[in-house]
Design a protein around this ligand. Structure first.
Ligand SMILES: NC(=O)c1ccc[n+]([C@@H]2O[C@H](COP(=O)([O-])OP(=O)(O)OC[C@H]3O[C@@H](n4cnc5c(N)ncnc54)[C@H](OP(=O)(O)O)[C@@H]3O)[C@@H](O)[C@H]2O)c1
Length: 262
């Protein structure tokens, strides 16, 4: 595993396992499989309704809590203190490694203040944003006492956020890619250019895409319900893309929004 150092010195795995759209009843089993494969970063959210399953899996895995990095996300800007307590209870843990505001909700600075308090009280180790762009992102950065460690945004081969990534770099915020395969939309995993590069390294398109992020300083959290794909997505630490191949992959960018959300 490769780790990245966040702006507060904390080490975060650069490759994780996302559990969006996995029903709570199946989450324990999936996360246990992912932990067996070797994932140590689990990305959940209050909105997904499966924090309990994540907590059950971590408990059942027998892996020391400190070896696992848990991210969750706030689903509302009301009763933030209570929402954090609920996540701690569902995840069955004393602390959350990374807490994000899931999307722009309005009055986000007030939410941020609660999150800063949670860091000071030891309930959360790092705080960040998700789906914050432009003035919404700037507003938090300008007024934060603790700067955002992460901004988790839509990021795949057709939307590589080249310009925004530079902005995030300047403020020391790490870009984290949600939907790193664009959920398979727009034929991303069948793209002939990516296939050609993948064949050269005896790797799959999914592995090449994840390797591009790793070499670009982007944290990625692919989701799969299948053990074979969890393993495939994790098997990216034994090869390196050339600078030329990275340029070719970066040139596939169209800054294309595939979800119509942000
Ligand atoms: N912050 C946010 O607003 C936000 C929004 C969306 C997602 N997220 C986070 O990001 C994570 C990942 O995003 P996502 O789940 O939307 O999309 P994704 O990871 O881009 O794609 C997941 C889809 O790709 C398939 N897949 C996975 N590995 C594959 C492989 N090696 N070959 C072929 N197909 C493969 C999966 O199918 P199978 O499961 O059938 O294998 C699933 O249908 C989420 O789980 C969540 O944690 C955050």
């Amino acid at each position: 595993m490769k780790y990245i150092t966040l702006n507060n010195g904390i080490q975060m795995p650069m490759l994780g396992y996302g559990v969006y759209q996995i029903p709570n009843s199946q989450t324990k089993e999936c996360v246990l499989e992912a932990l067996k494969v070797g994932y140590r970063l689990i990305d959940t959210a209050q909105y997904y309704g499966n924090e309990r399953g994540v907590g059950d899996a971590i408990k059942a895995s027998g892996i020391p809590r400190k070896e696992i990095f848990i991210t969750t996300k706030l689903k509302s800007n009301h009763n933030v203190e209570r929402l954090i307590e609920q996540s701690l209870a569902d995840l069955q843990t004393d602390y959350i490694d990374l807490l994000l505001i899931h999307w722009v909700m309005g009055d986000d600075l007030a939410t941020w203040r609660w999150m800063e308090n949670a860091v000071r009280s030891g309930k959360v180790r790092a705080i960040g944003l998700s789906n914050f762009y432009g003035t919404d992102y700037d507003h938090i950065v300008k007024n934060a006492e603790i700067l955002p460690a992460i901004n988790q945004i839509e990021h795949h081969i057709l939307r590589q956020n080249h310009s925004f990534h530079k902005t995030l770099d300047k403020t020391g915020t790490i870009l984290e890619a949600w939907a790193p395969f664009g959920e398979g939309k727009a034929g991303i995993l069948q793209n002939p250019t990516i296939r050609t590069i993948a064949n050269k390294y005896h790797k799959t398109p999914a592995q090449v895409i994840l390797r591009l992020y790793l070499q670009s300083g982007v944290v990625a959290i692919p989701k799969s319900s299948h053990k074979s794909r969890m393993a495939e997505n994790f098997d990216i630490f034994d090869f390196s893309l050339t600078v030329q191949d990275m340029i070719t992959l970066k040139n596939l960018n169209q800054e294309k929004d595939l979800f119509g959300w942000y």
